[in-house]
Design a protein around this ligand. Structure first.
Ligand code: UD1
Ligand code: CA
Length: 454
């Protein structure tokens, strides 16, 4: 039996006080809606339909080319009305799982419990016990069985005292859901078409409604404002860090790390405070990330140490490299084994072979560097002529003195030496020494200017 997932994402999210639609607000670096879409994929939906409305263009643009189905809800007349918009193209024989675009922390395993807990002609809703249920729909049970939902604004005092709340997540057979939605009215405190009314309709029709409880409140937490967004961020980060600690990753402080993407770690990895990981990051065995590092879409080989205050993006290293403090590796920086990139060193689109050292105040761009090269402080590859980029090639065992400019395109043969302060514009052959300096002038007993009036 097929599974259609409908995600409600048409609401404005006024309380966010933002020009960005609510479902695009970032949680762990990704839009809220992306978390719900990922979860939908994880339970193997045959089709995922987004009901959209507010911020239509931005929402569709953010999720273009992802194979999603879109249903426009031009006017927001309630959650039941929202689901109606997705029904015409939903196959009658499917089951429909309804999710909310602003409930991002539900786990696939929890949805799977719902899918496994209800027969093909039955219905299931996800609930949770909340000590303070204010604002949520309450689940009314009789003899332990779910009989209906009542919204906060429509509840009497006895109903308000119920602590089992409706998460909004609901599973129904499509054919039955369509029938219930057709009969939905809006005669209630908010004048809206409540999706939750189908619960009572199902029971009246003799359809079993399973109330399945989530393990914790966080899984059903709805995000309406920046405070809740920050709360969800912490909850999600905690979840990610705990999973990594279980795999043996060490953290100086699990509360002071942010994973905005996927972090994959080998054994004996240690991460100090204030590390931010973005996109896909892989850390090999024994990698140590010291304090204050931002690492994005990068792969670091076993034993590599990242000293404090580095920024890495699109970089790869082999084993036992040493980066920073204050190194910046940009896209296409490929370091082999035992390479050092030290303080205030920037490396872009360059391959650096085993054992080479670029230790201080240097820019290496568009360069192929051999093994065991020593690059002196203040060296610059001048890769840009104002219009085009050119490459620099440096052979094995080259010694580059301090303050050298390499004007690309230029190539330096293996074993060559470049004298400090040289501006190298022509190829240097193997084992040669190239020097480019004017003759030093010395003026005897030079008197420096003095301030006027002294
Ligand atoms: C809803 C439930 C409530 C539940 C709570 C859980 C109803 C009637 N009530 O209430 O039982 O406890 O969620 O968080 O369903 N949306 C649309 N179009 C609309 C209205 C809403 O797409 O016309 C979307 C919103 O963007 C949001 C979601 O549906 O993602 C929930 O809507 P919201 O108005 O926040 O419902 P609640 O009042 O919180
Ligand atoms: Ca809500």
């Amino acid at each position: 039996m097929g599974l259609s997932i409908v995600i409600l994402a048409a609401g404005q999210g006024t309380r966010m006080r933002s020009s960005l639609p609510k479902v695009l607000q970032p949680l762990a670096g990704e839009p809220l809606l992306a978390h719900v879409v990922n979860c939908s994929r994880a339970v193997g939906a045959d089709d995922v339909c987004i009901v959209y409305g507010h911020g239509a263009d931005k929402v569709q643009a953010a999720f273009a080319d992802q194979g999603l189905r879109w249903a426009l809800q031009a006017e927001q007349l309630g959650t039941g009305h929202a689901v109606m918009q997705a029904m015409p193209e939903t196959p009658d024989g499917n089951r429909v799982l309804i999710l909310f675009g602003d409930v991002p922390l539900t786990q696939p395993a929890t949805l799977q419990r719902l899918l496994d807990g209800a027969g093909s002609e039955e219905m299931a809703i996800l609930t949770v016990d909340m000590p303070d249920p204010t604002g949520y729909g309450r689940i009314v049970r009789e003899n332990g069985k779910v009989v209906r939902n009542v919204e906060q604004k429509d509840a009497n005092s006895a109903e308000k005292a119920i602590t089992e709340i409706n998460s909004g997540v609901m599973l129904c057979p499509a054919r039955k859901l369509k029938d219930w939605l057709d009969r939905l009215g809006n005669d209630n405190a908010q004048g809206e078409y409540y999706l939750t009314d189908v619960i009572g309709m199902a029971v009246a029709d003799g359809t079993t409604v399973h109330g399945i409880k989530a393990d914790n409140q966080e899984e059903v937490m709805g995000i309406n404002d920046k405070r809740q967004l920050a709360e969800a961020e912490r909850a999600l980060q905690k979840r990610r860090v705990e999973a990594l600690m279980q795999q043996g990753v060490g953290f100086a402080d699990p509360a002071r790390v942010d994973i905005r993407g996927t972090l994959t770690c080998g054994s004996d990895v240690f991460i100090d405070v204030n590390a931010i990981f973005e996109g896909d990051v892989e850390l090999g065995n024994g990698v140590c990330v010291e304090a204050n590092n931002v690492i994005r879409d990068s792969r670091l080989g076993a034993g590599t140490i990242v000293h404090p205050n580095c920024h890495l993006e699109g970089a790869t290293t082999g084993e036992n490299c040493e980066l920073g403090p204050f190194a910046r590796l940009r896209p296409g920086a490929e370091l082999a084994n035992n390479v050092k990139a030290g303080n205030f060193v920037e490396i872009k689109k360059s391959k650096i072979a085993d054992g080479s050292k670029v230790n201080h105040l240097t820019y290496i761009g568009d360069t192929d560097m051999g093994k065991n090269v020593n690059v002196g402080a203040g060296t610059i590859t001048c890769n840009y002529d104002g219009a085009n980029k050119h490459r620099t090639t440096i052979g094995d065992g080259v010694f580059v003195g301090s303050g050298v400019n390499l004007v690309a395109p230029v190539s330096i043969g293996s074993g060559a030496t470049l004298g400090a302060g040289s501006t190298i514009t022509k190829a240097v052959s193997e084992n040669d020494l190239a020097l480019e300096r004017t003759k030093q002038t010395t003026i005897k007993d030079w008197k420096r200017p003095v301030k006027k009036g002294q």
